[in-house]
Design a binder for this molecule. Structure first.
Ligand code: SDX
Length: 426
């Protein structure tokens, strides 16, 4: 195949190099096209545009393949916990036992937040959406921890990364407890990352737990719950140049500090076309209410004049099963009995999947269930309310955003993101 691409416009021929990565499609390097031709390319939604070079996450949409730093997601969830995945994404290699213990220890000690955050959260009404509180609190980190506003070396990167990854679960749990009007629970350094989050969500003040009559304090959090949520965090950890990661890189390109970039990523993720879909999936299953209504809603989803879409279906990149969805579906089956998953919602979800996967409308458009289609039923069974689902996505994805932010900042050729337009005005 030729090493260059030619663009013929009238009498002029413009030639551009074809660059090849280690995996995935080649790219035509058209960075000088405007300078050469006085014309722009046009690609709203970036359906055919590579915005950067990266070594972090690779997706093969046709095959339904996802790799973090070259490792297949199916292998990673089997053999590693979430904080090892964080280490892998940040450092491009899996940690040794010692490195894992040291990283775990760092995260436990940095999980605490300044007492001033109590005033910030108490300023919100109890009706505030946790995502509104979380994105505000992450921006506010820059006011309390300003030693990371200007990072100049690897130690600074690492410290900033550990600090944000460690504090986001604490801030998320405080946001949840604010919606209930109950006091926050401090992190417990004797608990692993994921267990600590569920503890901060559930415990009574003083770290106690609800007791059935005659029951001594139950184990606060079951091992199977920690494993399930840890897998969910891992599946959400990174996903190439999705909308919220592109937002984080765009904010990074202006020179803004990491807290501003992560807060922008949180707000981009909130949209129901993106990370907000997990909350919408459960709302949609509740609205459908019964398997006998599924046909009516499939019809609505197919109607070009009806804005209704099947939440949790379709993906810009996956034109096959989202591998994360496959893993979550298996997890649902494993947890069904143990965690008493909502069988009514499961039945509706499976009916939707069964009909959609053989319906010509969905098959022709390669619309498969994505990660959001299956996560909500498990999160509900863990006692996590629907308005906290996207915050769970944030906890998992923060390491991906930071890894991508760091990769951008370390690129000596990085430029400010500044696309142009096709102007149709006066
Ligand atoms: C995430 O990018 C990532 O990597 C994101 C993510 C990550 O980990 O970061 O994977 C997380 O955001 C997953 C996606 C969650 N969103 C949803 O589940 C919302 C429902 N899905 C869609 O709105 C949609 O599928 C998108 C937004 C996910 C993808 O949209 P695209 O790629 O822009 O596709 P499109 O809107 O151009 O749709 C192509 C066709 C259209 O029909 P035609 O115009 O060709 O007739 O498919 C149809 C769409 O109408 N279509 C759907 C549909 N999704 C697409 N029809 C019904 N139901 C749907 N869900």
């Amino acid at each position: 195949m030729s090493k260059t691409a030619k663009i013929q416009i009238g009498e002029e021929t413009y030639e551009y190099p074809i660059l090849e990565g280690t995996r995935g499609p080649k790219v035509v390097d058209i960075r000088s096209f405007y300078k050469d031709s006085g014309m722009f390319t046009f690609d709203p939604g970036f359906t055919s545009t590579a915005s950067c070079k990266s070594e972090i996450t690779f997706i093969n949409g046709e095959k339904g393949e996802l790799r973090y730093r070259g490792y297949k997601i199916e292998d990673l969830v089997k053999e590693h916990n979430y904080i090892d995945i964080c280490y892998l994404l940040l450092h491009a290699k899996l940690p040794t036992k010692e490195q894992s213990l040291e990283f775990d220890n760092e995260l436990r000690h940095r999980a605490f937040v300044d007492e001033g955050f109590k005033n910030l959260f108490n300023a919100f009404p109890r009706t505030a959406h946790p995502m509104a509180m979380l994105s505000s609190a992450v921006t506010a980190l820059s006011a309390f921890y300003f030693d990371h506003l200007n990072i100049t070396d690897d130690l600074g990167f690492e410290e900033m990364a550990t600090r944000i990854i460690a504090k986001i679960p604490t801030l998320s749990a405080i946001a949840y407890r604010r919606t209930l009007g109950i006091p926050l629970i401090y992190p417990d350094i004797d608990r692993y990352f994921t267990e600590n989050f569920l503890y901060m969500m559930r415990a009574y003040p003083g770290g106690k737990f609800h007791r059935e009559v005659g029951q001594i304090a139950p184990t606060t959090v079951k091992e199977i719950e920690v494993k399930a949520l840890d897998t969910i965090f891992t599946l959400h950890a990174d996903h190439e140049q999705n909308a919220s990661t592109t937002t984080v890189r765009t904010v990074a390109s202006t020179g803004a500090h990491p807290y501003a970039a992560i807060s922008a990523g949180i707000n981009a993720l909130w949209g129901r076309a993106h990370g907000g879909a997990n909350e919408s999936v459960i709302a949609q299953l509740e609205m459908i209410g019964d398997v006998k209504n599924v046909d009516k809603y499939i019809k609505k989803a197919k109607d070009p004049n009806d804005p209704f879409r099947l939440m949790g279906f379709g993906h810009r990149v996956y034109k096959n099963f989202d591998p994360r969805a496959k893993i979550l579906k298996k997890l649902q089956d494993q947890l069904k009995e143990e965690l008493k998953l909502d069988s009514r919602l499961l039945e509706i979800a499976h009916k939707i999947e069964e009909i959609a996967l053989r319906d010509e409308y969905f098959v022709k458009r390669n619309l498969y269930p994505n990660i959001d289609f299956y996560s909500g039923v498990i999160l509900s069974a863990l006692g996590i309310p629907r308005n906290m689902f996207t915050a769970i996505f944030v906890i998992g994805r923060t390491v991906g955003w930071i890894s991508q932010w760091m990769e951008f900042k370390k690129d000596p050729k990085a430029k400010i993101a500044r696309p142009r337009q096709l102007y149709l005005g006066d």
